[in-house]
Design a protein around this ligand. Structure first.
Ligand code: SAM
Ligand code: SF4
Length: 331
């Protein structure tokens, strides 16, 4: 373990960073984006070299896990270069990516080669018409092909992510688990978080809790909680007869802040210290002011630990207090 560490005021050590490679995406999922999203002007985005530099600085501080996300990370031009740069960092033990899968038929093999160890693929429904409605622009065939392409590469673990909305896809939780088991993948169910104004539906009305999902699943499966600690917010369950696992990310029903070990960097270089709060530090300014000297960047990371909040305050009933959408957050 690196002797330099990032530790916040509450004694939580940061060893996990999510890097948003872009806020753009080829989908417009109804819980993530408004239909007419305005994206960050390209010149305000970090370059891939700047992202590598940030990744290196975090690993210098003992960060052992980096996840690339977005937006859709695989829509950023030359993203493989970034994967190759980060994949070589000594000390990085877990290098992962979250994707909607649409570009995986093209990229799965190259990602494996670049050193990506695990992949999360979002899949909220198995019905083509629903997929179209929920993603607005996506084609399920492409994502299913992406899942198969990833499976052929033998990544350590592939996990499906499903955001569950009442009356939109809550009736599919058993089918989604059957699908994950058939493919030998894990699956996590995510409660929708109130990030940004989306307009398409009322988030409070669409709330379907992890407890309801677990209750539904237990009508079919014998699911038992396991102590598996991924150092993250997921609570995992296992089957007696199968190696797939089922996770729940429950920001509303089971607050996960106490053990928070992570920070996020947006595609513009804003270091976000909490998913559900605005506390942030402008790393792009530091990078560009000191292109050849990493010391000011290190100091910015250390100082940022002093403003990491204790936790989020998500409230589905209140008007959104966070104007940031999930795609701009690095979900
Ligand atoms: N485009 C990639 C994807 O969809 O996997 C990566 C970025 S996406 C923002 C990361 C994850 O956040 C996805 O699993 C997505 O379903 C989830 N997500 C997006 N908006 C969300 C919201 N408002 N609440 C909860 N999860 C959300
Ligand atoms: Fe794109 Fe992922 Fe957001 Fe869907 S959840 S719009 S795929 S960034």
């Amino acid at each position: 373990m690196s002797e330099r560490q990032l530790i916040d005021r509450f004694g939580r050590r940061i060893h996990y960073v999510r890097l948003s490679v872009t806020d753009r995406c080829d989908f417009r999922c109804v819980y993530c984006m408004a239909e007419d999203m305005v994206f960050v002007p390209r010149e305000q985005l970090l370059t891939l070299e700047e992202m590598s530099r940030i990744g290196r600085a975090f690993v210098h501080y003992g960060v052992s896990k980096i996840r690339l996300t977005g937006g859709e990370p695989l829509t950023r031009r030359n993203v493989l270069q970034l994967c190759e740069d980060l994949g070589q960092l000594e000390g990085l033990r877990d290098f992962t990516i979250t994707t909607n899968g649409s570009q995986l038929p093209k990229y799965a093999a190259a990602l494996k080669q670049a050193g990506i160890t695990r992949i999360n693929i979002s899949l909220d429904t198995l019905k083509p018409d629903r997929f179209k409605i929920l993603t607005r622009t996506g084609e399920i065939e492409q994502t299913l092909k992406g899942i198969d392409a990833a499976l052929t590469q033998g990544f350590k673990r592939i996990k499906l992510n499903a955001v569950i909305l009442k009356h939109r896809n809550h009736d599919e939780v058993i089918d989604l688990v059957e699908f994950a088991r058939a493919k030998g993948c894990d699956i996590s169910f995510i409660e929708e978080m109130p990030l940004g104004v989306i307009g398409e539906h009322d988030r409070a009305e669409a709330y379907y809790s992890s407890d309801e999902i677990l209750r539904d699943l237990r009508t079919r499966f014998d699911l038992q909680p396991i102590a598996e600690q991924t150092g993250g917010p997921s609570k995992y369950y296992a089957f007696p007869d199968h190696t797939s696992r089922v996770g729940f990310i429950s920001p509303h029903s089971h607050n996960f802040c106490g053990d928070c070990n992570r920070v996020r960097v947006t595609a513009e270089g804003r270091l976000l210290l909490c998913l559900g709060q605005e506390h942030s530090v402008d790393l792009r300014r530091v990078l560009r002011a000191y292109p050849l000297d990493d010391q000011p960047l290190y100091e910015a990371l250390e100082k940022a630990m002093q403003i990491k909040p204790q936790g989020h305050e998500f409230n589905l009933q209140a008007k959104p207090v966070l104007f940031r959408h999930m795609n701009a957050t690095g979900g």
